[in-house]
Design a protein around this ligand. Sequence first.
Ligand code: NAP
Ligand code: F7E
Length: 325
Amino acid sequence: MSKRRALITGITGQDGSYLADFLLEQGYEVIGMVRRTSTINFARIHHIQDKITLVSGDLLDQGSILAILQEYKPQEIYNLAAQSFVPASWKQPVFTGEVTALGVTRMLEGIRTVNPEIRFYQASSSEMFGKVQEVPQKESTPFYPRSPYGVAKVYGHWITVNYRESYDLFACSGILFNHESPRRGLEFVTRKITYNVAKIKLGLSQQLALGNLDSKRDWGFAGDYVRAMWLMLQQDSPDDYVVGTGETHSVEELCETAFSYLGLDWHDYVIQDPRFMRPAEVDLLVSDPGKARRVLGWEPDVSFTELIQMMVDADLATLKKEHNL
Ligand code: NAP
Ligand code: F7E
């Protein structure tokens, strides 16, 4: 039997790289869509580059999407590409809407015209719950986004539902809560903290400037979450699922966990800087992942403390290597 073929948009990102690892392990042929950049940014997929096929395309460019679907004929598409950094969405709201919202429609239009049998996963977000209307948040919790990013993801979610209902597409929306890893971008708060804790421990830095320490998030490990994406596309019928750990922690607790792991007291190093405050904050996110557990049989393997320690360890190892320590 020939291998199943999956297309991943956003393969150079955190989730795309873990999903590519996972699908290769499942015996898939993996096609990754990458946008043109003046310098190559394949660090997260360097270790599998000879096992995957990279094709040039952009969520802003309908023609490139159509050409990829026609040429590579994937059976499954995982749409992970997005402008995904929340603060950047206030600085570039129109661009964020073009990529993170309308980009989803471009992909769905491609599927509808080229092959409506393709199974589609949309990377939706807990940021859609924003100013939460219910605690914990589940699939039926009303959305109240608090950033242009959150608003764009609400559009992406509903256009996915709409194409499923209008054209009978196998289209799923995974509403994923924050998930992190050693491959997380340095600007997100988990990685910013673990990287700087490692720098401080090695004497390479003395201080860490953060924004709001009170906000709470449901943080899990990205490697666990890509399994849930795949499971959604293996069901008999398409549906939407909340994916998270069901636990919440504040940014302050995150500091405590990361600094104390290396024997440091975070109060000695962390300062608050208004530059990292947001025009509107999402104060509390915590998932009810009951449906994913019941229907998909999905559960996370890595705990909050294990995740943060894994990230600190990875950052320490990288910095030691870089600085010959
Ligand atoms: P990420 O690390 O920021 O990766 C984003 C990816 O999208 C990168 O590969 C980026 O390519 C690509 N991309 C951006 N604009 C594009 C465009 N116009 N055309 C094609 N590709 C484009 O994000 P992530 O953390 O892996 O998240 C993956 C997806 O899940 C995103 O949609 C994010 O919004 C969503 N999500 C993430 C979380 C989370 O906690 N991580 C939670 C819920 C939902 P470059 O490398 O060229 O920049
Ligand atoms: O912020 C607070 C900040 O940027 C988490 C994206 O993957 O997850 C991510 O969005 C919290 C916020 O992630 C700093 O105010 C304090 O309350 O790590 P973050 P996010 O905004 O939750 C969701 C699910 C996505 O979908 C997104 O794509 O931490 N915080 N001080 C800070 N945050 C940052 N970045 N930097 C600080 O210095």
